[in-house]
Design a protein around this ligand. Structure first.
Ligand code: UT7
Length: 372
């Protein structure tokens, strides 16, 4: 198993936001726990972040991109409505033997994708699955709307799942949905229900709209409920859980969940202060941070739990693996992976150049025929 994360360099602090809308650092910290968020720059799309996280996960697992058989990108901010962002990631990784698709389950997306990846491996159909949660929420929030602009950030996190006979990995998963709550958190326009038009753009219907209070109530109820159920399904008790890694939407929601579960807050991984709500990326970014800084130890039990648009919720229990790749092999493999990434970029450039040239020549021929 490997893990990796990627966030854009640019940081937007609460004070930066206070210069843009009628808000304050004090209000944001008190009501949400958020102090700053990372946001993409012009021209930086979701694929760039997903790719950064994916490469780090492959590095960590010392895996060859060509071993990957399936890539799932959980996102609600794909680069384009089509094709899937996962296909861009597959191509840039040189993962030539992988199928790839996007999955949209809002902020629960990463845990949904993890459940799908685990199921694909458990069924015996795939051996290596790359699961990514990536979102650029800064591209869909209304920067004039203080009720949402202060909450979100951009980022990506990834895990590489590999079939194993050892007793670690995903022990149980739980997925849930209640579409009756669709209007509580949505981007109203740009889909088939409300097609993109001048009017929808003028009305701001391509931005995130949220009923914060109602979503808060739903989250504060679902987070502990889903945790309790998935832990029971894994055959464990809450006492046996070392870390709970919840969706990072609001520190108050996490505190309320800790209270309901009667667990100390120290057992929760919380980093909403540094990243804000990064949607499908929030759970894997928190997972990566806690794994990187040594909080998560081999053999420990983790609960990953998310909630979000849909409405959706999802939870998973993991037993953290032990293996670390051999250093010398890893150095050679690193060079191989770097070469593969360069080749993938070169091949893409050639492919696109050739296909554009073919189209241009075709048009020239047509014009020539009409002229003749
Ligand atoms: O991943 C998606 C899931 N999303 C979530 O989990 C979000 C869940 N909801 C929340 O986290 C909270 O509801 C918010 C942080 C969004 C809002 O906190 P709240 O304590 O529920 O505030 P509120 O919406 O009840 O608003 C309280 C006041 C209002 O003013 P009045 O009506 O009392 O005069 C708002 O207009 O705070 C005002 N307000 C702000 N003031 C300064 C709302 N946003 C801001 C702001 N800065 N950014």
């Amino acid at each position: 198993m490997g893990w990796g994360k990627c966030v854009p360099e640019k940081v937007l602090t609460n004070d930066d936001l206070a210069a843009m809308v009628d808000t304050s650092d004090e209000w944001i910290v008190e009501r949400t726990g958020i102090r700053q968020r990372h946001v993409v720059g012009e021209g930086q799309a979701t694929t760039a972040l997903a790719l950064g996280a994916a490469r780090e996960a492959l590095e960590r697992a010392d895996a060859d991109p060509r071993e990957v058989e399936l890539i799932i990108v959980a996102t609600l901010t794909p680069d384009h409505p089509m094709p899937a962002t996962a296909c861009q990631v597959q191509n840039a990784l040189g993962a030539t033997r992988a199928g790839a698709f996007d999955l949209n389950a809002g902020c629960s997306g990463f845990v949904y994708a993890l459940a799908m990846g685990e199921a694909a491996i458990a069924a015996g159909t795939y051996r290596t699955v790359l699961v990514i949660g990536a979102d650029t929420m800064s591209t869909v929030v209304d920067w004039q709307d203080r009720s949402t602009a202060v909450l979100f950030g951009d980022g990506a996190g990834a895990v590489l799942l590999q079939a194993t006979l050892e007793e670690h990995g995903v022990l149980a998963t739980l997925l849930g949905s209640d579409g009756a709550g669709d209007e509580l958190l949505m981007i109203p326009a740009g889909g088939s229900a409300q097609r993109a038009s001048h009017d929808t753009v003028a009305a701001g219907l391509h931005h995130v709209q949220m009923n914060g209070r109602q979503v808060y109530r739903f989250a504060a109820r679902m987070l502990p409920e889903a945790t309790e159920v998935v832990v029971r399904d894994a055959g464990l008790t809450l006492d046996a859980v070392d870390w709970i890694i919840p969706h990072q939407a609001n520190a108050r929601i996490i505190e309320a969940a800790a209270q309901r579960l009667q667990l100390p807050l120290e057992r929760f991984v919380i980093n909403v202060d540094a990243y804000g709500n990064t949607s499908a990326a929030s759970v894997p970014i928190a997972l990566c941070e806690a794994a990187d800084d040594g909080r998560i130890q081999p053999g420990q039990h983790l609960v990953l739990v998310g909630f979000g648009a849909g409405l959706t919720w999802a939870a998973a229990v993991l037993r953290w693996p032990t293996a670390a790749p051999e250093a010398q092999r890893a150095a050679l493999h690193r060079i191989w992976r770097a070469w593969l990434y360069r080749w993938a970029a070169l091949r893409t450039g050639l492919w696109r150049g050739l296909s554009r040239l073919t189209i241009w020549l075709g048009r020239l021929k047509q014009r020539g025929r009409r002229g003749g």
